[in-house]
Write a protein that binds this ligand. Structure first.
Ligand SMILES: *[C@@H]1O[C@H](CO)[C@@H](O)[C@H](O)[C@H]1NC(C)=O
Length: 255
């Protein structure tokens, strides 16, 4: 009642003493400051909520918990995951890496493979719990020659691709080259088998009859997979790469 009375009587202040007037003024300044702060708080809260909902709804980018020890990698902090619905069930569709070989495809593969190697520091090698031996390959610009498993696996895919299109990539293969390549590619297949089982994609596929008389049904899928975002990883690889045929810093052999 008191405050209501004060507000209502403001225009008729005549008889109010200075002290009371000042008090009322202070009180009302206080209220507006608190109201402003409260509104600011609400504003921040609402904007944050909208932002969180937006992130959850669209991006679906997330990270795995990072590790230390032998599973640690200098690139682990840039790794982000996303939900991806890429499929290869459509046999008429070729990506820039697939289909009959062409010059454009070779360019795409070269760009994909260019940052295959990087130079790791001693700290990085130790943190990854790699053993330090005298015979480790060091590059001329400093550091140890290193790469990431994913690049080894991509190398294997490419090598198998070269073999599939031997006419283009090995037009005059000698018996010796053949004898070298077969066990090398077998090792590549084994590398890929391990990688595939390691990542164990459980996305669901079903089968359908393309023609009722077909011997076997074909695969189809609307499933989505949890995939690494290639962009940030590749950016890291490019930022740290050394030449695909690096200069080595060889120790003088003793004797
Ligand atoms: C890797 O090579 C770059 C030059 O390309 C050099 O500046 C850097 O110090 C090297 N890193 C390590 C860890 O030796």
């Amino acid at each position: 009642m008191h405050s209501k009375n004060n507000i209502e009587s403001l225009p008729f202040l005549g008889d109010f003493d200075e002290a009371e007037l000042r008090q009322n003024k202070n009180a009302s300044t206080k209220i507006t400051t608190w109201t402003k702060l409260y509104l600011l708080f609400l504003h921040v809260l609402i904007v944050s909520l909208i932002w969180c909902l937006y992130r959850r709804g669209t991006a679906s980018v997330f990270r795995l918990p990072t590790t230390d020890g032998a599973t640690w990698s200098p690139a682990q902090d840039v790794l982000e995951y996303e939900i991806n619905n890429e499929h290869t069930t459509n046999h008429d569709f070729y990506s820039k890496y697939s289909g009959p070989p062409s010059d454009e495809q070779d360019v795409a593969w070269d760009a994909l493979m260019r940052p295959v190697y990087f130079n790791a520091s001693l700290d990085e090698v130790l943190r990854a719990e790699e053993t330090i031996t005298d015979d480790m390959a060091e590059v001329a610009e400093g550091g140890y020659l290193a790469n990431m498993a994913v690049y080894h696996e991509l190398h294997c895919v490419r090598q198998l691709r070269f073999w599939l299109y031997k006419d283009r990539y090995y037009p005059s293969l000698t018996d010796a080259q053949n004898a070298y390549q077969v066990p090398h590619l077998d090792h590549c297949l084994e590398t890929l088998r391990q990688a595939v089982q390691c990542h164990a994609n459980t996305a669901l596929y079903t089968f359908y009859w393309d023609e009722p008389t077909d011997m076997k049904p074909l695969t189809k899928s609307n499933s989505r997979s949890v995939c690494a975002k290639w962009g940030p990883l590749e950016e890291w690889a490019y930022s740290r790469m050394v030449s695909t045929s690096p200069e080595y810093n060889r120790k003088q052999s003793e004797g």
